[in-house]
Design a binder for this molecule. Structure first.
Ligand SMILES: Cc1cc2nc3c(=O)[nH]c(=O)nc-3n(C[C@H](O)[C@H](O)[C@H](O)COP(=O)(O)OP(=O)(O)OC[C@H]3O[C@@H](n4cnc5c(N)ncnc54)[C@H](O)[C@@H]3O)c2cc1C
Length: 507
């Protein structure tokens, strides 16, 4: 096995930590440069209860030095494929999470309720899928503790340090290192050199800027702004009087834009002991979200409840009415789809509509793919980023289609494209009379097909355990999108459409 000397990973969040664990076999030294002070005493040494308490009490990510991940208090689910990868890398983490952090592992077959586009997925799935009920804040801290425990002597963290530039050899198109600045120092930047540099700085990455400045490479980019807004909070659940609603995680995503621009999600994240006989002994993260720049209130719980009553499914309102708020209402207003087409350059970067909840798993899959390239033992180090980017682009394409199919329907959608020469084109579905009018975007054929297919496929799921299970396997990234288009399924989807249009059934 060829072991290289030094890899530099920029960004020490979910993607950075997974990548470090995946590459531990192939590099003697791993340096993670992270702009936040993630190893500070509060984050690194607190007990699981204290960690959750911080989550609940703080609305402001900067107050405990975690400003680099603005979405850290928003609702997060880790898809089952992401969890499998996590479990492979950190085998003892699951037990610790369940026993020390009191988080929940729940079965989608027995515990979940998915209503998508008005269709309740069949619950008696032919295959069960497990979900990890954990908040993003706790997951990240628990992973970091485990990473330090398992690979502590190999990994050096440089925290409170922001990478500002790559050190590159323009003639060879290779980056040899990075320049970084310590946040609490006024001194000039420091240099660090490695054999392999990986960017894991998330959706706000500066890689495109660095590649342009250091190597004169322009990365084509497509951004889709669909007016996505989240409000997340933590609550204690109480009995509603309807046992079918109690204890269940609930998902009502806004799958049918523009008829339905709102969604709601309940994910159970902790079990607690309570003396109140009406308490379900569960803490959940709850989120409401809107697209098309429609906003739910976040100034008070009463106003939010009124809004929920008017805009969301009655079940969700019933649940929310019988909960106790345990945290501030935390808004998030910047979610977009963003794809950087770096396949031919050296990086693989995307940000997706959070509604699909796929990004952490996407990052885990990328890390696993990179390890597979190393596992093949036949590629010179200089070729690995190119090979990886080709393969990662397939993962990106799948997730991109899943995320954007629906977003293309948003009436106020704005698409911003940067081409290989750096020229920017803006398109907009509709514009109000006072704003600049941009040309309408051309919806790709594959997207039109998927919009049609998904709509009718979801109508079929409410009658089929098999299709419901397949749909959830795709959502969880255990299977690729195209299993939903097997000939027999496609036939069923066409039949349902035809029956509807010929008005042969109410269905
Ligand atoms: C509202 C919302 C809900 C979401 N829900 C889900 C969900 O349910 N499931 C899911 O899987 N995903 C979800 N996501 C996406 C998820 O939060 C992240 O995108 C995911 O954590 C990606 O992790 P990452 O490690 O790639 O990047 P990030 O978590 O963004 O981390 C990047 C890290 O890099 C550091 N950094 C940045 N720039 C520099 C620099 N120049 N130098 C050094 N360090 C730097 C930052 O401090 C940070 O620690 C959601 C996102 C949002 C906005």
């Amino acid at each position: 096995m060829s072991v290289h000397d030094h890899v530099i990973i920029i960004g020490g969040s979910i993607g950075g930590m997974m990548t470090a664990a995946c590459l531990s076999k192939y590099f003697k030294r791993i340096t993670i440069i992270e702009s936040d002070d993630v190893l500070n005493e509060t984050l690194h040494k607190s007990t699981p209860d204290q960690i959750f308490d911080y989550h609940c009490r703080l609305a402001n990510t900067t107050s405990i030095g975690r400003s680099g991940v603005g979405q850290i208090y928003q609702i997060h689910v880790l898809h089952s494929e992401g969890f499998n990868i996590l479990h492979d890398l950190f085998p003892s983490l699951k037990d610790k999470l369940l026993n020390e952090y009191n988080i929940r592992l729940y079965s989608l077959k027995n515990d979940g309720k998915f209503v998508i586009n008005g269709n309740l997925l069949k619950q008696n799935l032919i295959k069960d899928i497990e979900w990890l009920g954990i908040d993003r804040f706790t997951l990240e801290i628990a992973m970091r503790n485990e990473l330090c425990l398992q690979f502590g002597n190999q990994i050096e963290w440089i925290c409170n340090a922001r990478v500002v530039e790559l050190i590159a050899d323009q003639s060879a198109y290779v980056a040899h290192g990075a320049k970084y600045r310590l946040k609490d120092s006024s001194s000039s930047s420091l240099d660090i050199y490695g054999d392999f540099i990986i960017d894991c700085t998330g959706h706000k990455t500066s890689s495109t800027k660095w590649l342009k400045e250091s190597l004169n490479l322009i990365v084509p980019i497509v951004q889709m702004h669909f007016g996505c807004v989240y409000v997340t909070f933590v609550d204690e659940r109480f009995k509603t009087g309807d046992s079918s609603l109690d204890s269940k995680p609930v998902y009502f995503p806004n799958a049918n834009v523009p008829d339905n621009n709102t969604g709601c999600y309940i994910s159970q994240v902790r079990t607690i002991k309570s003396t109140d006989e009406n308490s379900l002994g569960i803490l959940s993260t709850i989120a409401v979200n809107c697209v098309n720049a429609e906003y739910s209130p976040n100034d008070s719980y009463e106003n939010l409840l009124d809004w929920v009553k008017e805009h969301l499914d009655r079940d969700f309102y019933v649940i929310l009415k019988s909960t106790k708020l345990c945290s501030p209402l935390v808004p998030h207003r910047q979610a977009i789809d963003d794809r950087k087409y770096v396949e031919s350059l050296g990086g693989a970067m995307c940000a997706f509509n959070p509604q699909i909840g796929q990004v952490m798993t996407h990052a885990c899959r990328h890390a696993r793919e990179l390890r597979k390239v190393f596992d093949e033992h036949q590629h010179p180090l200089k070729d690995i980023s190119y090979i990886f980017n080709q393969r990662a682009s397939k993962i990106n394409e799948e997730c991109w289609l899943a995320s954007t199919t629906n977003d293309w329907k948003t009436p106020t959608l704005k698409v911003i494209k940067t081409d290989t020469n750096g020229n920017i084109q803006i398109y907009q579905q509709t514009g109000d009379m006072n704003s600049i009018q941009y040309p309408r975007p051309k919806i790709p054929f594959i997207i039109k097909f998927l919009q049609w297919h998904n709509y009718w496929f979801l109508r079929c799921t409410s009658k089929s355990e098999k299709l419901s299970a397949e749909f959830l396997l795709v959502v969880n990234q255990n299977c690729g999108l195209f299993i939903l288009m097997k000939p027999i399924t496609f036939f069923q989807v066409c039949k349902t459409t035809l029956i509807h249009y010929l008005r042969l059934s109410r269905y």
